[in-house]
Design a binder for this molecule. Structure first.
Ligand code: SF4
Length: 106
């Protein structure tokens, strides 16, 4: 009977130790995500076809928001009225943290 109690206490201790480790790791390794990426991704056609040269719409949105890519025409299924103009307007209204704007072309 005593063995079961020890096994329970050891497993409980290990569970607490690993839980604490995960809590610390999630705080230390936290990566802040730019909320504009999700908003721009929603404005893309969301076919995830890869025609733009990226793995999907979210990856293309990340490239646009970071300024790595500025040409919205790379999104072949995208249309100026429904996709590109809203993205351009959104990025003009939501500048970077240093108040610079993301410029895109189409
Ligand atoms: S081409 Fe357009 S629809 Fe296709 S993955 Fe790229 S952003 Fe998405």
């Amino acid at each position: 009977m005593l063995y079961i109690l020890w096994a329970f206490l050891i497993l409980l201790g290990l569970g607490l130790l690993f839980g604490l480790g995960l809590a610390i790791a999630s705080t230390v390794l936290y990566v802040k995500e730019d909320k504009r990426v999700d908003e721009v991704a929603k404005m893309l056609p969301n076919y995830n076809c890869g025609s733009c040269g990226y793995a999907g719409c979210k990856e293309f949105a990340k490239a646009i928001v970071s300024g790595k890519d500025t040409n919205l025409r790379k999104c072949k299924p995208g249309k100026p009225e429904t996709n590109f103009i809203p993205i351009k307007q959104y990025l003009q209204e939501h500048p970077n943290d240093d108040n610079t704007k993301v410029n895109v072309t189409f």
